[in-house]
Design a protein around this ligand. Structure first.
Ligand code: F6R
Length: 367
């Protein structure tokens, strides 16, 4: 039931404080020790040391789940753990080499996406350990993989994935900590900070939902030629996801780019009629600002998605959609909620069939 909302997508965007609370429930435990209390990751689905022998990690996923996997890869990289992320459609064609010390993580909301299932099967045939990160208990991915971790977002009806993306990323943040612990025997130096950030996340998302900036700002950028989304590091998959959501429900042309890649080609497309959404996560501010200046010099208006404390960015961009100040790994999720709202409001204004965009299906069961 949509309740008081016009669309399931809008309802599911609003459900994120609850769905995120479900995702982390019982998975962050408070322990009191010698120096006061500390938070710890607790993933009961995996026995102690389950990942101790993993020497290589590969992610396989499609669409929005692929962006969540890229976010997971960035969080692992921060912990000194290398991994690779593959579009499942490509992996199924040319599977990367695996052995029994390879962990292949299929990120799939439905657990039924044909390309992702095929990739996981190929990895399994090659001897890899497989893990399904999914929303659906009893799904094919959950049944066929060696292990499963459920994101517990609750049912998602809108074709555009929203709350499942944030729950996938929150789950991957926890899994990244657990992989780090199992492989190195100790928790990462970020664990305390990250877990307090994750615990605060449902409340922070609530603040973003209460702020009407996304709707106010996009009013100024209707009827443009194209909409570009840029970011660096963890903000890169957020930019890609912002563009995917925007194009799939508004039918307007949108592309996401790594901000540093602009000058290697896409800058040729930038004009005063191509607004650029620039995702700032609290890191790489200087480098992002120089990319912002590159597009502003070509006349493109820049909308910054930025922490409310970052006055330097707020003063430079043409419009700012702010998010509460928080841990950089969490900031990307808050920026994503603002971009979900941007896409939703534009699509609603254009009267698009938001919950069932043309040509798309909720679960893609053909390769
Ligand atoms: C976009 C969207 C799709 C899915 C993709 C994978 O909003 O929903 O891109 O993310 O089809 O689906 P799952 O996660 O079910 O494997």
């Amino acid at each position: 039931e949509k309740g008081r909302y016009d669309h399931f997508m809008r309802k599911e965007i609003s459900e994120q404080p609850t769905s995120l609370a479900q995702t982390i429930e019982g998975r962050i435990v408070e322990e009191s020790g010698g120096e006061g209390s500390a938070r710890r990751v607790c993933l009961d689905e995996f026995p102690p040391g389950a990942f101790a022998d993993v020497s290589e990690i590969q992610f396989v996923a499609c669409g929005t789940s692929y962006h969540a996997a890229l976010y997971g890869q960035a969080m692992l990289a921060r912990r000194g753990i290398g991994s690779q992320t593959f579009r499942a459609g490509e992996y199924a064609m040319l599977p990367a080499p695996v052995d029994e010390d390879t962990l292949v993580i299929g990120v799939t909301q439905s657990g039924e996406t044909a390309d992702t299932l095929e990739s996981l099967r190929r990895a399994s045939e090659g001897g890899a350990q497989t893990l399904a990160l999914t929303n659906v208990v009893g799904s094919t991915a959950a049944r066929e993989c060696d292990d499963a971790m459920f994101i517990r977002a609750g049912p998602e009806i809108g074709v555009a994935a929203t709350k499942t993306f944030s729950s996938q990323v929150a789950s991957l943040a926890l899994l990244a900590e657990r992989l780090c612990e199992d492989r190195t025997g100790e928790s990462s130096p970020y664990q305390g900070e990250l877990l307090s950030g994750l615990s605060a996340l449902p409340g922070l998302v609530e603040c973003v939902l209460d702020d009407g900036r996304a709707n106010d700002v996009i009013d100024r950028y209707r009827g443009m030629d194209s909409y570009f989304f840029i970011g660096r590091g963890i903000a890169h998959p957020v930019a890609l996801e912002g563009a995917l959501k925007f194009k799939e429900i508004t039918y307007e042309h949108a592309e996401g780019f790594a901000a540093g890649g602009l000058k290697h080609g896409p800058l040729a497309l930038v004009t005063p009629r191509t607004p650029v959404f620039a995702v700032f996560t609290g890191r790489y501010t200087d480098k992002m600002l120089s990319n912002v200046e590159e597009v502003q010099a070509r006349g493109a208006p820049v909308i910054g998605i930025v922490s409310e404390d970052n006055s330097r960015v707020i003063e430079t961009v043409d419009d700012a959609i702010t998010i509460p100040d928080c841990h950089p790994d969490i900031a990307g999720l808050l920026a994503n909620v603002q971009l979900q709202l941007v896409a939703y409001h534009v699509a609603d204004y254009l009267d698009r069939p938001i919950d069932k965009p043309r040509n798309l299906a909720k679960s893609v069961t053909v390769e």
